[in-house]
Design a protein around this ligand. Structure first.
Ligand code: NAP
Length: 308
């Protein structure tokens, strides 16, 4: 039996490995005078989006890549945003385009995502890339599920023939996750807000992916003995009582809370699920860093493919 520490799937460490590989590829491309470039489009001033875009730009720079952020006001019209996307599509220097979501309500998000050149669609949200993934011919795969698959592969977690349950059916995480697991020969079930007796379904999972957006929804009653639990959720907890309830006796968490006034938690009630799980991703330090690492990998892949 594994002790609780070695059960943790260390997303930060695996992400660092992926980043190092990406940096080596960037260096090799540099010898051919190619510097991969990822441009982000940020509409409005959503503070979380600004943080995400800033941290992506920093990582790109650290790996030797270029990036530009195109900041547009909240009042930007559809046609103006389309013109920005068209310019980036046409710019031969730009390898990847990232439309930071959510866009303001007045914008038709699906139509903007369709407008991005599929060859530069590093998020894998364009219908052409979604279709290729569905057909088992993946080109650009959404970064979060791609990162989870990379982690399972590197940790030598068997997928073929196993029962996988994905909670959540978003286009960004749940659906592509289920598709990737299916192509890796798992027997896949997708759950959502209309699923009856969620715990009875998730308890069957040998691999359980929670991408729900509801803090601590997945408790020990949802998890079968020895399951691999992957937590995609990301929530800020800003009250001490909740931190103490979620992490009983965890002095480190309380100290982190006192220092920063908040701690992050996932869709899984980590401390209470840990004794039951076979392996489990923590939040933070699990899926989050893998997502950013895969964005970097997708950008390099786009830079290479466009020049083939
Ligand atoms: P989303 O678009 O809100 O989708 C949530 C899904 O969960 C929906 O399919 C919804 O069902 C389902 N759901 C909601 N409540 C449920 C319940 N009580 N029981 C069962 N299913 C339920 O969210 P998302 O974009 O996939 O993101 C999910 C979470 O992951 C969020 O916390 C987000 O912040 C986080 N996230 C993290 C990363 C990362 O890098 N770590 C990346 C992306 C997202 P319906 O379809 O029926 O509404």
């Amino acid at each position: 039996m594994m002790d609780n520490t070695s059960k943790k799937l260390d997303g930060s460490r695996i992400a660092a490995e992926i980043r190092a590989e990406v940096a080596a590829e960037v260096a090799a491309l540099g010898e051919q005078e190619v510097i991969p470039r990822l441009d982000a489009v940020l509409v409005g001033g959503d503070p979380a989006s600004m943080v995400y875009v800033g941290s992506k730009a920093k990582t790109l720079a650290a790996l030797g890549m270029e990036s530009q952020t195109h900041r547009l006001p909240e009042t930007t019209r559809q046609a103006e945003l389309e013109a920005v996307v068209d310019d980036l599509n046409a710019d031969p220097e730009v390898d990847g385009i990232l439309i930071q979501l959510p866009l303001p309500e007045a914008i038709d998000t699906a139509s903007i995502l369709r407008r991005v050149d599929p060859a530069k669609d590093v998020d894998g949200f364009h219908p052409e890339n979604v279709g290729l993934l569905q057909q088992g011919r993946p080109r650009m795969v959404p970064c979060t599920p791609a990162g989870i698959m990379e982690m399972l592969r590197r940790e030598e977690i068997e997928i073929a023939g196993r029962r996988a349950v994905v909670v959540g059916r978003s286009d960004i995480v749940g659906k592509p996750m289920a598709m990737l697991l299916l192509h890796a020969h798992a027997t896949v079930t997708i759950c959502h807000s209309r699923t009856r007796d969620l715990a009875a379904v998730t308890r069957q999972a040998e691999i359980l992916v929670a991408a729900v957006g509801v803090r601590s929804l997945i408790g020990p009653e949802h998890v079968g003995e020895g399951a691999v639990v992957v937590d995609v959720g990301m929530h800020r907890i800003t009250d001490r009582e909740t931190v103490e309830r979620l992490y009983p006796g965890n002095e480190k968490k309380i100290a982190a809370f006192e220092k920063r006034g908040a701690v992050l938690a996932g869709d899984v009630d980590f401390a209470h699920v840990l004794p039951k799980a076979g392996r489990i991703t923590p939040v933070p330090g699990g899926v989050g860093p893998l997502t950013i690492a895969m964005l970097m990998a997708n950008t390099v892949a786009a830079a290479k493919t466009r020049r083939e």
